[in-house]
Every structure is written in C-alpha cells, then in structure tokens.
Design a protein around this ligand. Structure first.
Ligand SMILES: C[S@@+](CC[C@H](N)C(=O)[O-])C[C@H]1O[C@@H](n2cnc3c(N)ncnc32)[C@H](O)[C@@H]1O
Length: 442
C-alpha cells in the first residue's frame, strides 16, 4: 500500500483539492522531510480544506512556509510531548469584551473568572484582571516555569527548577524566524545565556521574584510572582484536580485542541462542575488573537451544553492558518468551522464576490496580488511582520465595514443554520445537533 510518505505533497493536494499547485509552491514542501507529526498535521489540514470547499488557488506561499517551517516547531512533539505554553498579550481582548457585554450584575462578592490553562507568562490572565478590576481572576496552569530568560531582542525561553531548558518563544520577526529555523542551536544559545546569568542570582531557593541582567539579557526567577495582584491569583494545578468556588466565567482557550475528543469531553465535564449555575464557559482556539473559533457553554440540569459556536470573519480569508490547526483527528470545532465555511463557499451568489474583494484589498495593501496563473504572488522582499499585522487588521476592518459579516450571517441563515452576529462582531450559530460535545455529569 502506498503510504503518505511515498506521495508528493503536490499529489496529495491534487487528491484532496482537485488540482496541482504551481511548481514553485509544490517544490517548497517535502513530505518525507517533515517529521511524522507534521505529516499527520498536513493530512488533517487537507481533509479540513476539502470539507470547507477550499480552492487550490487559495493556497499561497505564506501557508506553505507556515506548514514547512512553523508547524514542525509548534506542535507538542517538537517539545518532548509537552503542551507548549504559547501565549501573547491581548490575545483574548475580544473575549474579554464578550464577557463585559453580558453585563453580569455584581453582588456582594466579586464574580469569579478562571483562565484555565492560562499559559506562561500568564499575560492574557493579567489583561483580564486589568479589564475587570472588581472581579476575582484566577489563572490556572499545570506548569509555570521557574526561570524565564528574555534575550536582548525580546525572545524568551523557559527553564524548570533544575535549570533544564523547556521551551522558547520567539518574536515573529526576522531574527525570530531564524531561531525557529534551527531549534537545536536556539536551545544551545539559551542554555549558554542561562549559564552566564544564573550565577548572578542571589537567592535561588527563594519563592520571591528575582531578576538579574547582563548585556541586555534578563533572567527572572519565580517570574509568576510578578503577575499576582489584588484581584489576580495564579494556581499551579491540573484542570482535573482543581477545586475552586463556582465561577461566573471560565475561559479555556488554546488548550482543548491538544486533547483527543474523548479526553476533551472529560475535561469539559470537569470544567462544567466548576461553573456557577448561571455561568458561561468559553472554549476554543485562536492564533495571535486572529482567526478565532470558540464555543460558549452554559450549565444545564445534567451538565454543560453548547449554546453558541462563533468564529471571526477572517477565518474565511485567503491567507489563513488557524482554520487548519488541529492536533487530533475529528477536532469538533475545526470540523464545524469547516462545515460552515463549506456552506459559505458553496453559495455562488456570495463567495466569488467575497473572494474578489479580499484579492482587491490584499493588492491595495501591497501584501500580495493574484497572478495570471490564478494564484497569489508575494513581493520578493518579505514585509516586516508588524507591518503585515497592521495591514491585515485594516483589511478585515474594511471587510466588516462593508457589511461582509452580516452577509455571511445571511448566507448561513439561508443554508439552514440559526445564525447571528454576536456582540463582538463574530459570526455565531446555534451548534447543530452532535457537532459539539454535550458534557453530562458523571
Ligand atoms: C497553548 S497554551 C495557551 C495559553 C493561553 N490560554 C492562551 O490562549 O494564550 C496551553 C496551556 O495549557 C496548559 N494545560 C494543558 N493541559 C492542562 C491541564 N490538564 N491542566 C492545566 N493546564 C493545562 C499548558 O501547560 C499550557 O500552558
């Protein structure tokens, strides 16, 4: 039997999307050189693309680079099986706005908000604590690194109690890309910096935060302590072992995707136990705060059930990654998003015009342009990442201003979904039966 390894990437693309890629793109991915977990990722990605009615001409060099360079270093297998604590400031500001919009009346005691699997450093939990000064916020994670080393360029690495290198996170600029291109060399480089800085610490047994600095590089011991404030408590615990008072809001973002659907259900049931009777759980995924998908669960008589599945309009763009990000087969939210995108792409009175408008705006912003071969082409020199992010944000604001999110809601309604635009402007549907897990009490 022919294995995936024997096939060329291009042949797989043709098998799933019906056409081959231009040689330049096809040649940029060698399946056999990808680690097995990245090969599995590629297969799931193509299945989701097919389900969403994704056209091969939406494939583009940025996606190819993500697949061949970023994905192999982002998945748990690249980190010895450990779920990486990847997080970023402001990543969940839209979800904070979603919660704020619900206007939950404050009683005598402050409301409780739990950020489950908050990541490290817990910057999104700190954002939430600042946004809701009258609430009590908890950040929960099973692993908080003991030492964090920020290099002079702002890339950072985490080390455990014994000074063993665990993980690095680089900024998405040119020097950051170079770090991801050779993770082994990057690990060695951070280990060397750690060895230089560690002897400067005065109290390596203490529990207080201590920072030492040399040549612009900074080592912080017990960094977690720097985040705690009057309304923010950080708890090192596995979700399955956590005991807390009932929470009005639980946010569990970029966590469940790492678990197989059956285990995910068990975790969701446990999280449901920690929810107040009128509380909500928001669980899902986004990348850099973009291309988000999430479900909102409420408590019922015998467990929790999903009342809303929402996604941001930018999931329908040409230069997207997150709709294809899964770690296990049959990721429920990934599949539902693909089903909805498929219904949208199949609407001939909407999709071609929508796609053409994105093309026009990509060209206006000098991001890329569609060539006579029908594919997107990028300028020779890479646009700095920050500039790209700004332009991308402008593009999607423009698409929303032009009413495209409302039109997608309308398209989904005509396709038979109970759809609406939620208060933060995302496209929401009542989850179709059996699309997302119902989590019954044990
Ligand atoms: C990718 S990070 C996401 C961080 C943050 N929620 C965000 O969206 O930016 C996933 C985090 O979940 C934590 N995690 C995974 N499974 C967990 C569990 N069962 N209990 C507690 N934390 C868990 C990992 O340690 C990791 O820090």
């Amino acid at each position: 039997m022919q294995t995936m390894k024997d096939q060329s990437f291009d042949a797989l693309v043709e098998q799933f999307l019906g056409m081959r890629l231009p040689q330049q793109m096809a040649g940029a991915v060698s399946l056999s050189e990808l680690p097995p977990y990245a090969q599995g990722f590629t297969m799931r990605m193509l299945k989701l693309m097919k389900r969403s009615g994704y056209s091969v001409t939406e494939f583009n060099p940025a996606l190819i680079r993500w697949l061949s360079a970023s994905i192999p270093s982002m998945l748990p297998d690249a980190w010895g099986g450990r779920i990486p604590p990847i997080t970023l400031p402001n990543r969940h500001s839209k979800l904070d706005a979603y919660v704020s919009n619900r206007n939950m009346a404050v009683g005598n005691d402050p409301h409780i908000f739990v950020d489950m699997g908050c990541g490290f450093p817990p910057v999104t939990t700190a954002d939430t604590a600042r946004k809701f000064p009258d609430w009590q916020i908890y950040g929960v994670d099973r692993s908080f690194a003991d030492f964090v080393l920020y290099d002079k360029d702002g890339h950072y690495a985490c080390f455990d109690q014994k000074g063993v290198f665990q993980y690095f996170q680089a900024l998405m600029n040119l020097s950051g890309r170079a770090l991801y291109a050779d993770p082994e060399a990057t690990g060695k480089r951070f280990n060397k910096l750690f060895a230089d800085l560690f002897p400067l610490l005065r109290d390596t047994d203490g529990t207080a935060s201590e920072t030492v600095e040399k040549d612009g590089n900074k080592l912080i011991h017990n960094h977690i302590r720097d985040f705690e404030t009057d309304n923010l408590t950080l708890i090192k615990s596995d979700i399955m072992e956590l005991e807390l008072e009932p929470a009005k809001v639980i946010r569990c973002m970029n966590v469940l995707v790492y678990f197989k659907p059956e285990i995910r259900k068990t975790i969701l049931s446990q999280v449901g136990e920690l929810l107040d009777e009128d509380g909500i759980l928001i669980a899902g995924l986004n990348g850099l705060g973009l291309q988000s998908r999430y479900a909102v669960y409420q408590k019922g008589a015998d467990g929790i059930f999903p009342t809303e599945f929402a996604f941001s309009l930018d999931n329908l763009g040409h230069l997207v990654f997150m709709p294809w990000f899964t770690i296990h087969e049959d990721d429920p939210e990934g599949m539902l998003l693909a089903e909805l995108s498929g219904a949208i792409r199949a609407t001939r009175s909407f999709w071609p015009e929508f796609g053409n408008r994105i093309d026009e705006l990509l060209q206006d912003q000098d991001i890329c342009r569609r060539g006579t071969d029908g594919f997107l082409h990028f300028p020779e020199n890479d646009m700095p990442f920050d500039e790209y992010m700004k332009k991308n944000a402008l593009l999607w604001r423009q698409m929303e201003d032009e009413g495209y999110a409302d039109r997608v809601v309308d398209v989904l309604g005509r396709a038979g979904y109970d759809a609406w635009k939620n208060p933060v402007g995302d496209i929401a549907v009542r989850p179709p039966a059996n699309s997302l897990p119902l989590c019954k009490r044990n």
